[in-house]
Design a protein around this ligand. Structure first.
Ligand SMILES: Nc1nc2c(c(=O)[nH]1)N[C@H]1C(S)=C(S)[C@@H](COP(=O)(O)OP(=O)(O)OC[C@H]3O[C@@H](n4cnc5c(N)ncnc54)[C@H](O)[C@@H]3O)O[C@H]1N2
Ligand code: MOO
Length: 418
């Protein structure tokens, strides 16, 4: 855990600065102090998309709930699964109707997709594969035993576990829960996040772009946000706001005022409020300065002020931290896609880099060809808005050449951005 110490690495250089912390190590440190929120909500599944399961729901029924026809056709007895058979059609069963009595040799039943097949039926022959002669059916293609019948319980037995705790419920899970007749699920209560921006300049000379960006990133069913607005560069006011928020939030998320200058007050304010804080300098570009800590039961994550740096810090560290707090099983997020550099560019080695990039085309195998969407700058929002995702460049790379294999985080797939 952070111990209240402010760590100031030397500021005399930038990308070659020694001792920068790898992002993976920073993520591990943040997650070490984070446990899922305690407390469940009991909800109807339809009210719970996006929420994280706290307990494993069990199926209230077997699936399929009875032997069911998978096709429009004719249910046949095992004795009639031979060439030349011509059983008599006894009746018709549609989906939702009762199966009725058993059939014997020489007997068939007209069945529609989803209908129960009668006892004694060994297979269903599709209607396209028969000839009808009066009230007799002649299979032209003999189905294999069991053919076109979905067997009772072949997918699930009543009482089976449907989903693991930690599952973030999405449309697929809602369909399964509905089919299995699950009326209620236990989900973790939302993670309570207090969001603030820090800086005297905000709202006047500079508009606050980080708060709406972070609020949009936090606008998810498993998160409940309190917007604390813009707080001034006044340590006592900052400390009071942090102390006030800590009592009833799981996470205080801020941006600005972390890089350690005489105008950066957030880490000091957290200490003054009685919290523990660790200021990090990450081998990440953008998003080098960052602080994290704890005040009472609330975790704190202070992102850098430059908007692109705040975004990258949120995506690489804030997202996994929120996932941990929410109890979600997936923490690292999806792996980046394989991509290829559409053109070359030089860079300073030393920090792994997340560059706003666009997909310029695809190679013959479908691999995306990506290139920076504009000049880089951690305060530049225009190339970010024009990007399709973030291109990831390893820390050691000095020169990217056209055709180089790269990794690319599409905004939608990797970060859930619309
Ligand atoms: N001497 C050094 N200066 C800086 C370093 C460094 O290592 N040595 N690091 C630079 C890097 S990298 C970043 S990123 C920033 C981070 O600074 P802070 O987190 O302390 O943020 P501020 O100084 O408060 O603001 C930086 C920049 O961002 C603007 N800002 C702040 N909040 C918002 C907001 N909510 N919406 C829009 N813009 C915001 C602020 O006005 C500043 O322009 O430090 C570098 N400096
Ligand atoms: O790394 Mo800063 O975070 O470049 O903007």
């Amino acid at each position: 855990m952070p111990d209240g110490t402010l760590i100031h690495a030397p500021l005399d250089c930038c990308d070659e600065e020694p001792g920068l912390l790898p992002v993976a190590e920073a993520r591990a440190r943040l997650l070490r102090g984070a446990v899922p929120v305690a407390g469940d909500d009991i909800l109807a599944p339809a009210a719970a998309p996006g929420r994280v399961l706290a307990a494993a729901p069990r199926s209230a029924r077997s699936l399929p709930p009875f032997n069911q026809s998978a096709m429009d056709g004719y249910a046949l007895h095992a004795a009639d699964l031979v060439a030349g058979a011509a059983p008599r059609i006894l009746r018709r069963i549609a989906a939702g109707e009762a199966a009725g009595p058993a059939i014997g040799p020489g007997e068939a039943v007209r069945v529609l997709t989803g209908a129960p097949v009668p006892p004694g039926a060994a297979a269903v022959v599709m209607e396209e594969h028969v000839a009808l002669r009066g009230d007799h059916v002649e299979p032209r293609r003999v189905p294999r035993p069991g053919g076109n019948i979905r067997r009772l319980g072949e997918d699930l037995a009543a009482g089976d576990v449907l989903l693991a705790p930690g599952t973030r419920l999405d449309a697929r899970h809602l369909a399964l829960l509905a089919a299995a007749d699950v009326g209620q699920v236990a989900v973790r209560r939302p993670v309570r996040v207090a969001l603030l921006s820090n800086g005297d300049e905000l709202g006047a000379a500079i508009r606050d772009s980080n708060r709406p960006m972070l609020a949009a990133l936090l606008a998810r069913p498993e998160v409940a946000v309190t917007d604390l607005g813009i707080l001034p560069d006044y340590p006592a006011a900052l400390a009071a706001a942090l102390a006030g928020a800590a009592g009833n939030h799981d996470l205080i998320l801020a941006s600005g005022g972390v890089s350690g200058s005489d105008a950066d007050h957030l880490p000091g304010a957290l200490r003054a409020a009685g919290g523990a804080v660790e200021v990090l300098r990450l081998a990440q570009k953008p998003g080098k300065p960052l602080a994290h800590g704890r005040l009472g039961d609330a975790l704190c994550l202070f992102l850098p002020g430059n908007p692109l740096a705040a975004l990258v810090g949120f995506l690489t560290l804030g997202r996994p931290l929120l996932a941990r707090l929410s109890g979600a099983a997936e923490e690292a997020g999806p792996a980046p896609l394989a991509a290829m550099a559409a053109r070359g560019f030089a860079r300073k080695p030393g920090r792994e880099e997340f560059l706003p990039a666009r997909i310029a085309g695809h190679d013959t195998s479908g691999l995306p060809l990506v290139e920076p969407s504009g000049p880089f700058g951690s305060a530049r929002l225009v190339p970010l808005a024009a990007a399709d995702g973030l291109l990831w460049v390893p820390a050691g790379t000095e020169q990217v050449r056209a055709g180089d294999a790269l990794r690319f985080h599409p905004f939608a797939a990797s970060f859930g951005l619309a």
